[in-house]
Structure formats: C-alpha cells, structure tokens
Design a protein around this ligand. Structure first.
Ligand SMILES: [Zn+2]
Ligand SMILES: [Zn+2]
Length: 244
C-alpha cells in the first residue's frame, strides 16, 4: 500500500481498523501517521457535534426557517432581475468607455497629447536649411518629391503615440504651424479636428499621413501650410512632371 492509497482509504473510512492500513500508518515516514491523527480528530469533532442534544422547539424553528426560506427565494428572484438589469446598464457604460478609449487613441488625440514635450519648438524662429529638412525625412525612410515649404523652423524625428513621425514647424505670417508626417497610411479621408486648444486637420496623402495643427492660426495659414507640405511630400500635382 502506498501513501495515496492509504490517504484515500482513511478519507473514506477514518475509523477503519484494517491491519493493512494500520501497518502503513505505523511504518510510513511520509507523514501518514499525522494524516491519520488529523482524520481521527476531525471524526471526533464530527461525532461530538452530532451528539449535542436537540433543543426544545426545534421543529417550530425548522418550520419558521422553511417559511423564511420561501420568502428569501422570492427576494432573490427579484434580485436576479435587478442584477440582469444592472448588467445591461453596465454593458452600455462599458461601450461608452470603449468609445472614449478609441477616441483617446485617435490620431488627433495622439498628436495633441505628444505636444507638451516639444512646445518650445513653437517659439523657434531661425529657418532650417533644406538639407536639415531632407535629413528629417530620411530619418523616417522617406524622401521629399518637391521643394520644402519656406519658413521651416523645426525638424525632429519623434513619435506620435506608437507612430514614427517627422515633426515640423513652419512659421508663416509669424504664426507657427505644426506638421506631423507619418510614412504610414492611416486614414482614407481628410478630416478637421478641434482638441484641447488645437485646431487641426488630419490629411490623407497618397503615401502616408499628415497632421497639420496650430493654436489660433488663421484658416488661410493652415491651408497654405497643408498645401506646401502636400506638394513637398507627394511632388507636384500634375502627373509625370518632375520625375527626372
Ligand atoms: Zn504513507
Ligand atoms: Zn513631435
């Protein structure tokens, strides 16, 4: 007999006097004697509990308990309905949170959220050279197909949320406008956004995505900056021109 057999048998019949069992108990060095002791104590407690005299009026109390149980069952059925209603409500709240999350991970949200670290760039006024702008795009494995807009004051390879981007600032009519170019194509349609004090537009390019945004710049300035970067990134609008 091994320890497992022994413990199974004792679990089923703790008071057994089977010599085979008692033999294992006395010979085992793996703690079966202690197991047997515990089983006996548990059995003692159980027997003691069962010998407590039946209190007076027990039958009445059992009947009362039965009636109370019936009432509890009614209440719990009602609770089940309320729980179901609550879970439906929670599902709606959950869906709301889900959409809020989705909104927080949208490109405009990520673009606005990444700005605080680079806010100083808005105050720069010294123009960058074409070579520096070029280098910014090369850092993101991209190439400009047309001349960069004039008035570029900041070029930096950064990340917008999870997306590698070229972060640019152009200054036009003394208004700084941020342009974030991501080589990945992320949207099919250009849309405007207003978010936390930023006005902006996410622009679908033939290859990649551009976000143009500013705090309080005029619409014309924003549109001019968008046109400038689109021409620089996609090349001149007319087909087959400029492919030298
Ligand atoms: Zn054993
Ligand atoms: Zn950036």
């Amino acid at each position: 007999m091994n320890c497992l057999d022994f413990r199974r048998r004792i679990g089923a019949e703790p008071r057994s006097r089977d010599p085979e069992l008692l033999g294992h108990r006395d010979a085992c060095k793996e703690g079966c004697a202690a197991f047997w002791q515990r089983a006996q104590r548990f059995e003692d407690d159980l027997e003691a509990a069962l010998t407590v005299p039946v209190p007076e009026g027990l039958a009445d109390r059992i009947l009362l308990a039965h009636a109370t149980g019936e009432r509890r069952r009614q209440v719990s059925r009602r609770r089940a309905w309320m729980a179901m209603a609550a879970s439906v409500l929670l599902a709606f709240v959950g869906a709301g949170l889900f959409w809020r999350q989705a909104d927080l991970s949208s490109l405009p949200a990520l673009a606005v959220a990444h700005m605080p670290e680079e806010l100083d760039s808005l105050n720069l006024t010294k123009p960058m050279t074409d070579a520096q702008v070029e280098a910014g795009f090369v850092g993101r494995a991209s190439r400009l197909k047309g001349p960069a807009p004039v008035g570029v004051t900041y070029v930096h390879d950064c990340t917008v949320g999870p997306y590698p981007a070229v972060h640019l600032v152009t200054r036009m009519n003394d208004e700084p406008v941020v342009a974030l170019y991501m080589p990945e194509k992320m949207i099919d349609k250009s849309t405007d956004f207003h978010r936390d004090g930023w006005d902006g537009r996410q622009v679908a390019l033939s290859g990649g995505t551009l976000v143009v945004m500013a705090q309080g710049a005029s619409r014309q300035t924003m549109a001019a900056v968008e046109r400038g970067w689109r021409a620089a990134i996609e090349g001149p609008a007319a087909p087959n021109v400029g492919q030298i």
